[in-house]
Design a protein around this ligand. Structure first.
Ligand code: SF4
Length: 366
């Protein structure tokens, strides 16, 4: 396997370069390119061409390599299928929004959690990602944002996000971040210190691993926490999220409120709205009946939280159905009537397979 220069310490990189018969200062130049996310050595313009070619043949820049890049028709969403050094594949998504540039990163190759509506878990868990492998997903997005392609269409963020740079991170791609907690923490610390991304612009989403939430509390950084809830009762949640057999709703929410109370943050609640086909082929509500909306309201009423309602993106292998916009709005109306803050997540990049894990799964089928 080719050495991955991004993974080397400064001293190791210097030694590597000196052993190639090059002056030490080249190591510093190469490090700058690596920290900008250079996908290959040929793009390192201030390095002599002979060295660039030599490095291209003998080494690798980042621990991830783009094997597919899909852009939505509106140009606002770019999805990357990335390959790791051992051939495993992961996905990350760059979303250009009015508030900044957000990157959704994967924390594991595959997922062991087995949620019944999700494509990411269909092939099981392959392995945890290292902090560098997670961080490199941000670098890939940053390189893309600084490419010529975006020069003529800058966005105007409302806040103080740097125009053109990654400003927000959500750890919500493939994998359960709190099954890989220490590497996720290492990644976030680095994104904050090296890229200047504020704690409050970083969100970790969990299906409800209580010891992991406790670890985030102990860690003490005021990031955002999102809970993938998807059902308002233990009975229903156990049917679609096996983790609920281990950590019940009340226990998960208790840990989440402890986290948000500590940091005075709003808890994000993720709720995918699912339908099912009945024997006549008609779509019926699965976790989205008025009764479910009332029960969800009971859990959340008076709490500092925001419910993100997510229309389900169809996954062929999964036995659910997408709901109409009306059904989604009826569910939302009940939450609003009960005083629960809620919004419907805008569907992004549906034309490029935006359901988590879909691109990786489709590629594995080939
Ligand atoms: S929804 Fe998240 S935790 Fe559940 S299987 Fe998919 S990736 Fe894993």
């Amino acid at each position: 396997m080719k050495p991955i220069l991004f993974n080397l310490t400064d001293g190791e990189l210097e030694q590597f370069i000196v052993e190639l018969g090059q002056p030490k200062f080249r190591a510093k130049q190469i490090r700058e390119w690596l920290n900008r996310g250079a996908p290959d050595f040929l793009s390192m313009k201030n390095i002599p061409e002979t060295l660039r070619t030599q490095l291209q043949e003998t080494a690798q820049t980042l621990p991830v390599r783009i094997i597919k890049k899909l852009e939505s028709s509106d140009g606002e969403t770019t999805k990357f299928l990335l390959e790791l050094d051992d051939g495993e594949q992961i996905e990350s998504v760059l979303m250009r929004t009015t508030y900044g540039n957000s990157v959704c990163v994967s924390s594991q190759a595959g997922c062991a959690m087995g949620c019944k509506f999700c494509a990411s878990t269909l092939l099981g868990l392959k392995r945890n990602l290292s902090a560098n492998e997670i961080y490199s997903q941000i670098l890939v997005a940053q390189w893309e944002l600084r490419s010529d392609k975006f020069k003529d269409r800058p966005i105007k963020p409302n806040g103080d996000a740097n125009n053109g740079d990654v400003s927000h991170i959500v750890v919500m791609g493939t994998g359960e971040p709190l099954q890989n907690t220490e590497n996720v923490i290492g990644f976030i610390e680095r994104a904050n210190s090296d890229m200047g991304i504020g704690w409050r612009r970083i969100t970790v989403s969990t299906c409800g691993i209580v010891p992991g939430i406790d670890r985030l509390i102990e860690w003490g950084r005021p990031i955002n926490l999102a809970i993938s809830l998807h059902a308002p009762t233990d009975e229903l949640r156990c049917q679609i999220m096996p983790i609920n057999n281990r950590y019940k709703l009340a226990e998960v929410l208790d840990a989440a409120w402890r986290f948000t109370d500590l940091h005075n943050r709003q808890l994000m609640i993720e709720y995918i709205l699912l339908g099912k086909k009945d024997e006549n082929g008609e779509t019926i509500l699965y976790n989205a009946t008025p009764d479910h909306a009332e029960k969800l309201s009971e859990l959340l009423r008076g709490k500092n939280c925001m419910v993100n309602l997510i229309p389900w993106n169809a996954v062929d292998e999964r036995d659910f159905a997408s709901l109409s916009g009306n059904a989604v709005h009826r569910f939302q109306d009940i939450l609003i009537k009960n005083g629960v803050h809620t919004r419907i997540r805008r569907e992004r990049g549906t034309d490029i397979g935006s359901a988590c894990g879909q691109l990786r799964l489709n590629n594995a089928k080939k």
